[in-house]
Design a protein around this ligand. Structure first.
Ligand code: PFF
Length: 477
């Protein structure tokens, strides 16, 4: 995909579109966020609910966003206004989300880069042999001070900005065609190693894959919904932009089916690689956000040749994070560029000015700014707040508004006609209509209200304490 100059550039076709969208979708959401949420929300039951939400909500919303993009040929900031002038503000809401997401994505990307550097320098045993929680002590400044996570944040953010400055999307796309399958093979290989070599691993696999209905709470749904948005890059205007670059003769439905399939399979395999060993190492849900960074060094250090495999693994994760972060940053830049009448360089500088302080806030939010952060607190500082604010509040709101906009203002017909353009099939049309008109907006509104009520301590949708207390307790264990 290239940038807008005059005639909008298009993806070469079906395969190009699916691979580019999948490279954006597959990232830290699959590798870092899905496993720790699955661990936290009861294992198998979370996995089932996640799949259900992905194939219904996720699938329908992705179709809607790509169709809006293709129909209007515009990025999210202008697409809604193009369809109905009065609703231009909806685009602004969608455009705001990636600003928060990418700023803290840079921080996590920085952790991955740090883990790569440490393992490449042969320090794996320092991490796995550490007496406490290495990740937690690192992010809170207890190991190398907060300057170190800040440096790695700049390294990762810098890499992303350089990619966007050089406009190397094409190059990234080419490399990712080799590296993404390599990552997948590696995830499968490590999972197979775990299953063969780790004592008691099947208890962990049972926890991860067999649903225990007793673990089902409102939180499981809320977590799964937030994860579908995050992982499938929805409710952030991204898929609208991708759709605007799609050719009319490429099937939207078939593309979405494959993008969501790839995204979900990678998440489930990443969970299989991380959750069972974390379970038997006694990490369970305790580590929250640090699960991947704590469990994997232990796995590698138990592995023959693990010290060589670890840096390769982190390098591949780094690349997956980079492709996603670049597409997120590209979205922010294109919003600023739309807002400043197409001056790309000015838009890049503006993105720097906005994103870097937000990211630094997320880094410092584990240190001096780590106080009780009120209702949104996940026990993970300001980064946790950004995460909750975007995935559990802003994205559901953006998705609800998008559904209502389609159902009431432009009517689902506008979307289904676009999906069926040039005689394309839309086999799940009925499912799509029911989802967009009824299930998504009603259920999302319901979950949003419940989630907010829980956050503000009105009542708990979990067993026992509210989310806030649950996370705090989990982290202090
Ligand atoms: N879906 C990505 C992930 O799972 O890591 C995150 C993301 C990337 C969201 C790019 C949005 C986006 F535009």
């Amino acid at each position: 995909m290239s940038h807008e100059n005059g005639e909008r550039a298009k993806f070469s076709g079906y395969i190009g579109f699916v691979l580019a969208a999948a490279a954006s979708a597959v990232g830290l959401g699959n590798l870092w966020r899905f496993p720790y949420l699955a661990s936290h929300y009861g294992g198998g039951i979370f996995v089932i609910i996640y799949i259900l939400v992905a194939v219904t909500f996720g699938f329908s919303l992705m179709i809607a966003e790509i169709a809006i993009g293709r129909k209007t040929g515009k990025s999210c900031l202008h697409a809604f206004g193009e369809l109905a002038r009065k609703y231009r503000w909806l685009g602004v809401i969608c455009a705001l989300v990636p600003i928060f997401v990418v700023s803290y994505y840079f921080v996590i990307g920085g952790w991955v880069a740090k883990w790569f550097a440490e393992t490449a320098l042969g320090h794996l045993s320092d991490m796995s042999g550490y007496a406490g929680n290495y990740w937690w002590d690192y992010v809170t400044g207890g190991i190398a001070g907060l300057g170190d996570p800040a440096i790695w944040f700049f390294v990762f953010a810098g890499l992303c900005f350089v990619c966007v400055l050089l406009g190397v999307d094409k190059g990234i796309e080419k490399v990712s065609r080799v590296l993404m399958p390599a990552l997948l093979v590696m995830i499968i290989g490590i999972s197979a190693y775990n299953l063969i070599a780790l004592d008691g691993i099947w208890d962990g696999v049972r926890f991860y894959l067999s649903p225990d209905i007793g673990e089902l709470t409102g939180g499981t749904f809320l977590g799964a919904i937030s994860q579908v948005f995050y992982s499938m890059s929805l409710a952030m205007g991204i898929m609208i932009t991708y759709g605007s670059y799609m050719r009319k003769d490429t099937s939207i439905e078939k593309s979405v089916r494959n993008i969501s399939l790839i995204d979900t399979v990678v998440a489930i395999l990443a969970g299989l690689m991380i959750v069972p060993p974390a379970y038997i190492f006694g990490m369970g849900d305790e580590k929250g956000m640090g699960l991947m960074f704590e469990a994997m060094p232990d796995v590698f250090s138990s592995m023959p040749g693990g010290e060589f495999i670890a840096p390769v693994f982190y390098l591949l994760v780094l690349f997956a994070a980079l492709t996603s972060a670049v597409s997120l940053l590209e979205a922010v830049v294109s919003v600023f560029s739309d807002a400043t009448n197409g001056r790309r360089n000015r838009a890049i500088v503006l993105s720097l000015i906005v994103l870097i302080p937000l990211g630094i806030l997320a880094v410092l939010g584990f240190g001096p700014l780590m106080t009780d952060l009120g209702p949104f607190d996940q026990g993970a500082g300001i980064l946790g707040i950004f995460d909750t604010l975007t995935n559990s509040i802003m994205m559901p709101i953006a998705a609800i508004l998008t559904c209502v906009f389609i159902a009431v203002v432009i009517k689902t017909r506008a979307i289904t006609d676009e999906v069926e353009a040039e005689g394309q099939q839309f086999r799940s049309k009925e499912l799509f209509e029911v989802m967009i008109k009824f299930v998504c907006p009603i259920l999302l509104s319901f979950m949003l209200v419940l989630g907010l009520a829980d956050m503000f301590g009105v009542f708990s949708i979990y067993r026992g304490d509210s989310q806030h207390l649950l996370w705090m307790e989990a982290l202090s264990r």
